[in-house]
Design a protein around this ligand. Sequence first.
Ligand SMILES: CC(C)(COP(=O)(O)OP(=O)(O)OC[C@H]1O[C@@H](n2cnc3c(N)ncnc32)[C@H](O)[C@@H]1OP(=O)(O)O)[C@@H](O)C(=O)NCCC(=O)NCCSC(=O)CCC(=O)c1ccccc1C(=O)O
Length: 337
Amino acid sequence: MADSKELGSASRRISVVTNHLIPIGFNPTRVDSVELCSASSIDDSFHKVHGEVPTHEVVWKKAEFFGDGDNKEFVDIIYEKALDEGIAKITINRPERRNAFRPQTVKELMRAFNDARDDSSVGVIILTGKGTKAFCSGGDQALRTQDGYADPNDVGRLNVLDLQVQIRRLPKPVIAMVAGYAVGGGHILHMVCDLTIAADNAVFGQTGPKVGSFDAGYGSSIMSRLVGPKKAREMWFMTRFYTASEAEKMGLINTVVPLEMLEKETVKWCREILRNSPTAIRVLKAALNAVDDGHAGLQGLGGDATLLFYGTEEAIEGRTAYMQRRPPDFSKFPRRP
Ligand SMILES: CC(C)(COP(=O)(O)OP(=O)(O)OC[C@H]1O[C@@H](n2cnc3c(N)ncnc32)[C@H](O)[C@@H]1OP(=O)(O)O)[C@@H](O)C(=O)NCCC(=O)NCCSC(=O)CCC(=O)c1ccccc1C(=O)O
């Protein structure tokens, strides 16, 4: 009860920021004094409490696997972690093909993302491409067959679709760090990431209809959400390329920085996110994806609720009663209004 009184008094001293949305459940009649602040003074007071975001050089180390028991070396990607920071970095390493992916690239990406998901010391994951010319130019057209993309001596597949789902479902933020071309299936990869930080040399666009391909899944639906249905049609029907600053205006990316600042800025965003509650971020990611991901989205969000519920005495009573072969006693738990 002491906690809820403290919370109550805190809510009565709340500051209201002009031009900001008022949270659901905010009850103006319970506010004793309303202090109107500009966004910049809010920023200042936040910095006083939280301190500046550190800007020191990040130190990457080749990632030790967290526990998938597979020690196969990567060929098509580089997987690094800045462990004392909680950041993992996954780099598509086929610069001679403008970081086009082949099935093996996708398999390695999925393995690295899986490891970063399982490693509880990792809080944010960066996805990028080697070099400055391309983030990713999509599927490797030289390996395209009638059955999808096929590595030598393997069957054809479109396994990048599984990777897209994995990134959406991953309960940690994934940031696309884009220098150069993010086109075709590479453009879709940046769109399924949670945030995109672009260098000023970045170029965005779809090429599918030019090369006899299309993505009628996330590549269409998420794009339409991001840039609106008309602009999405323009991007797909015309196959035009867009500069970083055009992409920023379209709402396709979060920010543009000079190429030489790209990693520094991306790491800064990671550090800023990492100061916040991982559970809040996990549930927010699930919530922000839930509608677009339909039943699978609801399942993700619902799973988070179950995970949180398992930590409560109420849930523990249910499990304990079952294990002790007695009826559960839920009478002491509140039926909250
Ligand atoms: C990216 C470019 C605009 C870069 O142009 P530039 O800087 O001038 O370099 P180039 O000289 O063109 O390229 C250098 C070198 O790289 C090779 N290369 C580049 N991209 C690819 C590629 N995608 N596949 C194979 N090889 C590539 C290029 O041939 C050069 O090789 P050399 O031997 O040195 O000549 C430009 O390169 C470009 O336009 N690239 C092609 C972009 C493209 O059309 N990509 C494919 C789009 S379709 C797709 O990605 C489908 C993917 C998929 O799997 C999928 C399928 C179904 C549903 C969903 C998906 C999905 O991804 O979501």
